[in-house]
Design a protein around this ligand. Sequence first.
Ligand SMILES: [Zn+2]
Length: 311
Amino acid sequence: MKSEYCGYCFFNNVAVAAQHALDNKGVNRILIVDWDVHHGQATQQMFYDGPRVLYFSVHRYEHGAFWPNLRESDFHYIGSGAGKGFNVNVPLNQTKMGNADYLAIWHQLLLPLAYEFRPDLVLVSSGFDSALGDEKGEMEITPACYSHLTSSLMGLAQGKLAVVLEGGYCLKSLAEGAAVTLRTLLGDPCPSISKIDEPSLSIQESILSAIYVLRPFRKCLQFQGRFDVSKVGSKKEGTYFVPTVTFEGSDIKPTTFATRNCYPVQNRETIDQLDQRLDQLIKETSLAVPKHRLCFVYDERMASHRNVNEP
Ligand SMILES: [Zn+2]
């Protein structure tokens, strides 16, 4: 929105930066990856009609029951006019989404789209409110996973990647997540993350829904054909996946948005448990960097190898 603020956001730094880069810096294509747990509805609005910004947002949605309760945050809002297929929403319709869910979103959807789009610049709306322990997001990405989310974007745009801090309300996971992200930007190896489970059925449905609506506009999503979803939930037509839209928000737009006292409060026991899990994760995270990052091994006898058929 150009003339009003919303949530905690007075100035939409990433959207302003993107517009500035397009207008003044000779940049033609920008990928904005928004992993803040809230939808970036203003970023979506700003670039909705054009093909120069691919906006990719993963956000808590719960079929519209979560703030900002907008229909337009759902998967079937994919842009309009020349911008069709350049707006990607991956709604999180459950809480407790974790590393497996986010890595599935990256590998099944974001990276194929990003490579097809070939951005000149990548901007990340980097809220850490999807991290484990955050009372607003109630998601469970471990801090170390942000390193992997960042690392896979560094191969794009000749490494021109800006990670811009947005939300994050659990200071411990915010600090750790931001620290590993910075280390990754400096070129350090990603820390290992613990065993990845199968992505949740809910995220499988969100990813398949997004692929379904984007496929007509994106070659990278066409080769998969149609999906046999006998194992993916109950929304079936024959054996093929057909998405459905469920909206549990309200169409009455509020005149003001509450910015405090509008989230569930964690009780002491939950806070302590999350704090212990975070301490354990931080302790387990190895930030070791090999002493020699690259070795060239040469055996002089290799020089004796030759093609016996050559004169
Ligand atoms: Zn947020």
